[in-house]
Design a protein around this ligand. Sequence first.
Ligand code: MOS
Length: 710
Amino acid sequence: MTTMTGPTPVTGSVGTAHTRVEGREKVTGAARYAGDIPYAELAHGWLVLSTIARGRIRSVEADPVLAMPGVLAVLHHGNAPRVNADYTGLLGRPDPTVAVFQHDRVPFAGWPVALVVAETSEQAREAADALVVRYDEEPHDVAFFAGHPGSYTPENGRAQPETSKGDIEAELAASAVVVDAEYTTPQEHHSALEPHAAMARWDSGRLEVVDSNQGSTWVAEELAKLFSLDPSSVRVRSEHVGGAFGSKGVRPHQVLAVMATTVLHRPVRVVLTRRQLFSLVGYRSPTAQRVRLGADADGRLRALDHEALSLTSKVYEFLEPSAAVGRVMYDADAHHTVNRVVALDVPTPTWMRAPGAAPGSFALECALDELAEKCGMDPIALRARNEPNAGPVSGAPFSSRNVLACFQEGARRFGWADRDPRPGLRREGRWLLGTGTAAATHPSGVAPSTASVTAECDGTFTVRITAADIGTGARTALTLIAAEALEVEPERVRVRIADSDFGPAMVAGGSMGTRSWAWAVTSAVRELRERLVPGGGIPPEGITARSNTTEAVGALPMLERHSFGAQFAEVAVDETTGEVRVRRMLGIFAAGRIVNPLTARSQLVGGMIWGLSMALHEEAVRDQASGALVGADLAGYHFAANADVPLVEADWVDDPDEEDPVGGIKGIGEVSIVGAAAAIANAVWHATGVRHRHLPIRPDRVLLAGAATA
Ligand code: MOS
């Protein structure tokens, strides 16, 4: 097990397992989510989505619907309030995906074309179902495949689409061993347990939005820009969030709630349905990837070439950076990575847990396994031989890189030493058995945040920060962090989050939340402690200190800062049905200082289960004729359920960073999905002797491929 690094914790503080501070509220149903909160005069909006994939809206036949019971309004492009069309989103360019009802064009199936507002949600739904919308349909292109003629490399921006050093072809030609393989991953969806919901109302000249999001200042700032409002006149809150995974940013439902409350002068709530999530809140693009590895006979990499193609919509360019994972993991004399996209008549994809790294690691870590096989090497030994001293592309040192410690500890606990590397040897009745491994990595960045801490006159402390607890346990983690910094028991600390009035802070995303917020909170505590006089009194309003980490973040040295891990899986493959069962999974991670072992383990196990789901089950299929998804609901979109999930163990090794101004806290939200699907695919090869390079590894694919040893 883990030993703590850093200062000795106060009992019950950082490093000690702590149940969620809001746990009782959640399990008793007292915790209210954005869709639950009652308001006087609340009206309900129900979205109507396009049924065609490309064309124009000819007419929205609102009159019959306006005569239906309870209906208050039908908003659409012909009557909705105008918004700032030059709206600039988080990435510094306009996002037409949320500038809805501004024109008659339909860019994809499932585009918002009308909002029916009624006294009750049932009335709104019935009227929305009855609304007739007529279209002028145009031909669409929704076909995604490797080598699509519309593929292009995006302009170099923050996402750095392409990196290159050395001569790939020359090094491949000089290599004793070469792997050249193509991998694909399908479109995948993060359909959070709690669907998106937002209530908007005007209150004493201020716009108030109660939402379910990953960052309330983010949503507030963007709504202010979109509606040309003074930022101080917009307040967004998001107390409890039932899952997000990258999907809960600025979405059409908040924008439409604001439009409707502006028109109707009463509070309006818009709740998305499960089916609507499939086109309105983003998803993970399918990928087509080619990995070429060239190595000396001893496994040392001479060439690493990773090309990845993903799709984007025609309204907004989103890049799934699958090829980026090799920029951190492995060096080679010649090293080339490129992320390309093709724009289709499909909804805009977005960040989904470990963007790029999740599908990218499937390709790269499977290719490494293929290289190990060709070199006659153990896959862990191959990775050890290629362990870089510095960032393969950046040349910057790693803040800490304990990936080999993860493999060593994982191999010991998994029983890797007993493994016969030859495939197809283990059998149990009709089941073929195999084991596989893969590396995991995810960036662990930090972003500017503000926080305040108040010493109350009753001896307690109140922390205020616009963090979001999207189910991760962030509120609890920040309670422990503040308690440690204050040197008090966590019971004396109250953490209030997710209110844009608390000031700007990093969103709950990119595995950057806890690290970014912890820095702001501990900075505010340091400031407060300087102002507290021993034995001095505290006035009734308390004493408040504030922090802003913008300068400190800017002054950080340039380091490769990542969480790492090693994934292990054992599978059983039924050679008569093609079914793959995962028998056990083990993930050992090096993820800095672990703040709350209880919720950290839960989050790591959750990511690994998602990796299992990605390996074997998840796949959204688009119908080429209609341009819409087939089975866009949780009956048609198959994902791992309890019966699919075996014993999953997650743990960590020490990963100290004495130099780190944030006490060595890294991100743990995403690293555990990375490599998990590859470990399973590698185990399926070990069981059957057949490489499966296309996810998910469905029974029909297993049967068609056969087993090399059958
Ligand atoms: Mo996440 S995909 O970093 O919200």
